[in-house]
Design a protein around this ligand. Sequence first.
Ligand SMILES: Nc1nc2c(c(=O)[nH]1)N[C@H]1C(S)=C(S)[C@@H](COP(=O)(O)OP(=O)(O)OC[C@H]3O[C@@H](n4cnc5c(=O)[nH]c(N)nc54)[C@H](O)[C@@H]3O)O[C@H]1N2
Ligand SMILES: Nc1nc2c(c(=O)[nH]1)N[C@H]1C(S)=C(S)[C@@H](COP(=O)(O)OP(=O)(O)OC[C@H]3O[C@@H](n4cnc5c(=O)[nH]c(N)nc54)[C@H](O)[C@@H]3O)O[C@H]1N2
Ligand code: SF4
Ligand SMILES: [Mo]
Length: 695
Amino acid sequence: MTQDMIQQENGIFPGVCPLDCPDTCGLLLHKENGKIVKVTGDPDHPVTQGAICNKVRNMAHRVYHPERVLYPMRRVGAKGEGAFERISWDEAVQEITARYKGLIEEHGSESILPYSFYGNMGILSVDGMDRRFFNRLGASRLKQSICNSAGSEGWKSVMGFNGGTVPEVTVLADVIIVWGGNIVSTNMHQVVLAEKARKSGAKVIVIDVHKNQTGQWADWFIPLFPGTDAALAVGIMHIMFRDGMVNEEFLQHYTLGYEELREHVRTYTPAYVSSITGVSAEDIEKLAELYGRAQVSYIHIGNGLQHHDNGGLTVRSIAALPALTGQWLKRGGGASKSNGGYNSMDSDALERPDLRPNPEARTINMNRIGEALAMTEHPIKSVFVYCSNPLVVAPDTERVREGFAREDLFTVVHDLFMTDTAKYADIVLPATSSFENTDLFSSYWHQYIQLQEPVIPALGESKSNVELFSLLGRAMGFNEPAFYETEEEMIARALDYPDNPYLNGVTLDKLKAHRHVKLDMTPLETYLDRLPTPSGRIELYSAQLEAAGLPPLPTYVPLKEGYDGVRRGRGHQYPLMFISPPNHNFLNSTFANVEKHQKLEKEPALQIHPEDAAERGLQDGDMVTVYNDRGTYEVRAKVTDKMLPGTVVSQGLWWEGEGRKQRANALTPDRLSDMGEGATFFSTVVEVRAKEKGI
Ligand SMILES: Nc1nc2c(c(=O)[nH]1)N[C@H]1C(S)=C(S)[C@@H](COP(=O)(O)OP(=O)(O)OC[C@H]3O[C@@H](n4cnc5c(=O)[nH]c(N)nc54)[C@H](O)[C@@H]3O)O[C@H]1N2
Ligand SMILES: Nc1nc2c(c(=O)[nH]1)N[C@H]1C(S)=C(S)[C@@H](COP(=O)(O)OP(=O)(O)OC[C@H]3O[C@@H](n4cnc5c(=O)[nH]c(N)nc54)[C@H](O)[C@@H]3O)O[C@H]1N2
Ligand code: SF4
Ligand SMILES: [Mo]
């Protein structure tokens, strides 16, 4: 089949969306004269059913974009300037391996750091041959906690593993709460399912800090102050216990600590919770009533609300809610944060930690890359960036930029484009798009595993991550068979994993024959009897958290930088909370360089409340400078009452503009969250002034 698809000039071929998006849509790639001319949804995909987003409908444009990097390059100008000369692959490999050997000799292998995330969700690309290479090299490890670690740990502290309500059954819910997620933009097929539920009478409630695209679609939108969701969740529990909405039998049988919880929530009265969250006591009562008395309720926990200092405890507090009414026993009831736990594969066979000569090697947190690059003791001397664009996506970008500007840092970037980060590289290597190679895909939302086989040949001299890291491994003299394995051999290993019963029966042959292969979901029937928490129960009380110095029960802990500062208020140096979530037409910073997508988003903008704008003499459409001690961000003001006064919002991760400081992360902190060492992008305060008046 593989060679077939590449060789056929015309036809429609199966594909998978490789982007870091929960939907992991099945695609159809339409070829004419050897090129992909159109991308549509695969109507046979059981969950995504032929619908795809506008971003990926335009994917062919990105694949054949004139600015795609097509051959290896060496920097000739200053770091950041973007001046490069073409070199051959031989020269590139020679230079990288010579530099690595020198660095290992002089500074040790941990002076080399890989920096990667999920720019391509292909398992072989980002959790496969790359890991083998850096493990065998003995490089520093990277803690990949930029996305969902706080929430993931928060969820696991209640339920034990990353698995919740599966998508298809959510059509049965009669109350759906979308909490801190912008699913119209970020999980469109959950919207389709919620619409179905709505047709049968379900109410959709959205809880967010601004009336985003999803808030506008909801039946009821509840705005609140950033970082206060845990107080709201515990406030709902207060009312549910007070008014006898809880299912005592379920609590007794399946949970740990419900009596302690009952006592603990007494102080979270509607008046108190209202004073924290900005939600009226009346609305808190109404919300608790709707949620607590629903027959079947489902909570979609988004990623946005956990990008805070208290992100772990926030998700923990919300994740505890469904247990109170025993929703876990109802079809369609419950909650989900990430469902990635259902499809875990044999990561040791893929990543080969056993190849590592230094099992005790240090770990660098990716959220603190700026600080890490400034370390003078055991300094990082080389960074290898792939599937990520840290100069745009990592917090506190100015420090990140300073790090990458270091003259003595040897930087390699493998990407499809000359990103802001690539401009700081010594060597830039061309990456294939996912339609040019074989890879394996799973979703962190639905339960179908998919295979991508190459549909077009690699463009220019580009290489996939698997090819690149096996090439570099062999050039380093690593002779282990691991560096010679084919993609298919790697896939077979990944899937051969009896430790995960859900993976039972998913094989390479089946994937080749059927395109989408469903996990074996029979273990879900006994899910509650086998929860992998320390007690085997839903842990409303967690002794493990207590031992770690965290509150053992669902609890609101104020942000370190944020709302409390705002409330103390006027006169505070930085009185506004700054929220910078993703936008509709980019995928993190991917597509931010593609004109079609830029045009749809127009330009970076700051949503500011009329009261806050008036106080600063700002009009709708003014260019403003948003600033704090970390940096500045220059955007156009959009005056709107979509959030409560005191919060400003800017959607989208833009690359640096011509003469315009337009990276939101110039303002965000690299502090780590309460759990999971996660990112705290949204726990930040700023001030805004008209640009002209600026210093
Ligand atoms: N179109 C598009 N789709 C995407 C992405 C993209 O960039 N663009 N990115 C992908 C990735 S990597 C991820 S992780 C997901 C993220 O997608 P989501 O899970 O939807 O999360 P975010 O969009 O980060 O944030 C969602 C909402 O959280 C809100 N928020 C911020 N702070 C708080 C708070 O304290 N409380 C509450 N209740 N809400 C708060 C934000 O205002 C935002 O509207 O989307 C994926 N899909
Ligand atoms: N302020 C703020 N910052 C945020 C967020 C936020 O909401 N607000 N969201 C955070 C979140 S949730 C996430 S997940 C991160 C995402 O951060 P990143 O994972 O860095 O995401 P992208 O910006 O999409 O960058 C991915 C890069 O991978 C490249 N790429 C794609 N396919 C391949 C491939 O096969 N091989 C190689 N070598 N490269 C490839 C793409 O061209 C692109 O440049 O950003 C975080 N940053
Ligand atoms: S970005 Fe998400 S919604 Fe769009 S095609 Fe990819 S998986 Fe589907
Ligand atoms: Mo993410």
